[in-house]
Design a protein around this ligand. Structure first.
Ligand SMILES: NC(=O)c1ccc[n+]([C@@H]2O[C@H](COP(=O)([O-])OP(=O)(O)OC[C@H]3O[C@@H](n4cnc5c(N)ncnc54)[C@H](O)[C@@H]3O)[C@@H](O)[C@H]2O)c1
Length: 339
């Protein structure tokens, strides 16, 4: 079985195809890491999928294999520009936004626009179609918090004028927009706060590289793994199959309009431990190099997933070690294809 087909099996396990049969779904940011898994899963559940993207950080190769599939269509569109769609939709997943911390320096206005103006544009589509809307917010709305595990009721500790402000505050404004549409127009808007998620199709190149794909690439190349700070800061890492299953469960659940839910893995690891684990799994000779910690880098990330368990019957199934092994296998496969 190929990596992708096993991943798909993990996502679709325990999902109800009846929820999406003959339904139309718009996925903004559908050519990205999470968006492309979502588009593919929804097609497999019997939905017609309109994937919208401008390839800001997504890649055509993520959706190439879907282009031939019955029910799939693609719209090249910047979500921050006003847009219309030809057919009705029943569900809108709004993912379009650059999301890598290293992009916060180069594209702050674009990030602010896609999560505010873009969220409003996508909410308008949901309102016009009476569709269920899911906004992919982030654990970053909690900023450098002080309650762990962090429940959805925690209001956060965010620096609006710091380098991360363009992302954190844009997501917070996006959440406020969802609630305004929900309260003022009765739009069935839902908000998921995604905690770090990793897996195949995540970019490891240049400024897009987030910590796990970056460490794996560095370890495979025998380069030092670069840690910002002393590596004692913690994160919790959710494998993509668990995340995508959670997103689909959330949008298809009953009576969840106006609800906020954390989706992430509640196992906390330090970045130092992550680096050592990756070096061990790859039997790499790489060392570790410590670089200055960027400003406002959160010290801990740990979701309280009680609400996801209770309202969605969701909890993660894939451990960090298993997920890392699967991602390493995918990267090794790609490398050997390129040789
Ligand atoms: N992966 C994570 O760990 C994580 C964590 C928290 C939140 N999120 C959120 O989930 C969503 C998807 O993230 P991802 O990890 O798949 O990132 P990604 O960069 O792979 O995907 C984002 C997609 O949005 C597209 N996009 C960006 N700006 C756009 C615009 N103006 N118009 C149209 N398309 C645009 C990109 O081209 C890309 O395909 C993002 O909103 C992100 O903030 C992700």
């Amino acid at each position: 079985m190929t990596t992708d087909s096993y991943e798909m099996e993990l996502i679709l396990r325990n999902l109800n195809p009846i929820d999406f049969h003959s339904q139309s779904v718009l996925v903004t940011g559908g050519a990205g890491f999470l968006g492309s898994w979502l588009c593919e899963s929804l097609l497999n559940l019997g939905a017609a999928v309109l994937c919208m993207d401008n390839f800001a950080s997504g890649r055509e190769e993520n959706i190439q294999h879907l282009k031939k599939r019955h029910g799939f269509s693609f719209l090249f569109q910047d979500v921050s520009e006003k847009f219309t769609i030809e057919n009705n939709v029943d569900f809108v997943f709004h993912l379009a936004s650059r999301a890598s911390p290293l992009e916060f320096t180069d594209h702050p206005l674009e990030i602010l626009k896609s999560n505010t103006v873009g969220t409003m544009n996508a909410l308008e589509i949901a309102k016009q179609n009476n569709a269920v809307f899911l906004f992919t917010s982030t654990s970053e709305v909690y900023g450098d918090g002080n309650i762990f595990p962090t429940p959805e009721t925690y209001h956060g500790n965010v620096n609006p004028v710091g380098i991360r402000g363009c992302y954190d505050e844009a997501k917070r404004a996006g959440e406020a927009l969802c609630m305004a549409y929900h309260r003022q127009y009765g739009t069935d808007a839902r908000i998921v706060r995604i905690f770090n998620t990793y897996g195949p199709r995540m970019r490891s190149d240049g400024i897009y590289g987030r910590v796990i794909p970056r460490f794996i690439t560095q370890a495979m190349n025998g380069d030092n793994l670069t840690i910002f700070g002393d590596g004692s800061q913690t994160r919790s890492f959710c494998y993509v199959t668990d995340q995508v299953r959670g997103l689909i469960r959330f949008i298809s659940g009953d009576d969840l309009g106006g609800t906020v839910i954390n989706i992430g893995n509640p196992v906390e690891v330090s970045i130092q431990h992550l680096a050592q684990t990756i070096i061990r799994l790859l039997s790499s000779r790489s060392g570790i190099e410590f670089l200055p910690l960027p400003p406002d880098d959160p010290k801990r990330r740990l979701p309280d997933i009680t609400r996801a368990r209770e309202k969605l019957g969701w909890s993660p199934e894939i451990s960090l070690e298993e997920g890392l092994k699967r991602l390493i296998a995918e990267k090794r496969g790609k490398n050997s294809e390129n040789e």
